[in-house]
Design a protein around this ligand. Structure first.
Ligand code: PEP
Length: 251
C-alpha cells in the first residue's frame, strides 16, 4: 500500500515562516513520489497554501489537511469550522481526535466519531487518532483503550469506515522524544487492523499510520513494519530537512 506521511503543524506558523517551509518542501520533494504527502496546517493559512500550490507545481503534489473539523454542518456554532468550509479550500484530510484535543478540549469518543462522519460526508478523509496515555499503558489497558476509541468511529460510520485513515498515536510518545518501539507500534497496529477486519471486508486498504516522535532517525524502522502504513509527524514536520528525510524513508 502507498504510505502516507502527514505533517501536523499544530498551532505553529506565520505567513513568513510558512512560505519558507513550504518552498523548502517543494524544492526538496522527489519528482516522482512513491508515497503520499500531506500537511495539516492551521486553518487561517489555507488560502496561503492554495496560492503557493498554484504558483509552485511541486507543491501541488502535497495534500492539504486540517487539524480538526466541527461535528456540526452549519449554523450557530461560534468558532467552529465545518467540513464544507474545509472542502472549499481543497482540504483532502482532516485530523480528528488528536490527543491534544481529547485532553485539552474534552473531546469524547462520540464527538470524535461525529467529526469523522462530517468529514466523510463531504469527501474529506478523516485521520482518526487513537492512543493510550502512559498510565493506561502501564496499567495494561492499551488494547482496551484504542479499541474503545476506534469502536465509536466504526459504530457511527458503518461501512464508510474503510474510507478513513487511522493514526495510532500513543499519548506518551507525542512531543516527548519517546517513540514506541517498532514492535510495540506494530502490535497495536495489528490489533487495530483486526478490529477493522471485523467491521469491513476492505480493512486491508485502510492506512494505519503511526505518530509519536517519529523523526528522520527512527522513521525507516517504524515504516518497515507490516501494518505501519505511514506517519503522522508533529515536531519534525516543522523542519523541512527532517520532514523530507521521513518522506524519503517512506518512498
Ligand atoms: C502529533 O502531534 O501528532 C505528533 C505525532 O507529534 P510529535 O511528532 O511531535 O510527537
Amino acid at each position: 500500500m502507498t504510505k502516507l506521511i502527514a505533517g501536523n503543524w499544530k498551532m505553529n506558523g506565520s505567513l513568513a515562516a510558512n512560505e519558507v517551509l513550504l518552498s523548502a518542501l517543494a524544492s526538496g520533494l522527489p519528482q516522482a513520489m512513491s508515497c503520499e504527502v500531506a500537511v495539516c496546517i492551521p486553518a487561517p493559512y489555507f488560502a496561503q497554501f492554495q496560492a503557493l500550490a498554484l504558483a509552485t507545481p511541486a507543491l501541488a503534489l502535497v495534500a492539504l489537511g486540517s487539524q480538526d473539523v466541527s461535528n456540526q454542518s452549519a449554523g450557530a456554532f461560534t468558532g467552529e469550522v465545518s467540513a464544507a468550509m474545509l472542502k472549499d479550500f481543497g482540504c483532502r484530510y482532516a485530523i480528528v481526535g488528536h490527543s491534544e484535543r481529547r485532553q485539552c478540549h474534552g473531546e469524547t469518543d462520540a464527538l470524535v466519531a461525529a467529526k469523522a462522519q462530517q468529514a466523510l460526508a463531504v469527501g474529506i478523509t478523516p485521520i482518526v487518532c487513537v492512543g493510550e496515555t502512559l498510565a493506561e499503558r502501564e496499567a495494561g489497558q492499551t488494547t482496551e483503550v484504542v479499541k474503545r476509541q476506534l469502536a465509536a468511529v466504526i459504530h457511527a460510520n458503518g461501512h464508510c469506515i474503510s474510507e478513513i485513515v487511522l493514526a495510532y498515536e500513543p499519548v506518551w510518545a507525542i512531543g516527548t522524544g519517546k517513540t514506541a518501539s517498532p514492535e510495540e507500534a506494530q502490535a497495536v497496529h495489528a490489533v487495530l487492523r483486526a478490529q477493522l477486519a471485523a467491521a469491513t471486508e476492505h480493512a486491508g486498504r485502510v492506512k494505519i499510520i503511526y505518530g509519536g516522535s517519529m523523526n528522520a532517525a527512527n522513521a525507516a524502522t517504524l515504516l518497515a513494519q507490516p501494518d505501519i502504513d505511514g506517519g503522522l509527524i508533529g515536531g519534525a514536520a516543522l523542519k523541512a530537512a527532517d520532514f523530507l528525510s521521513i518522506v524519503s524513508a517512506a518512498s
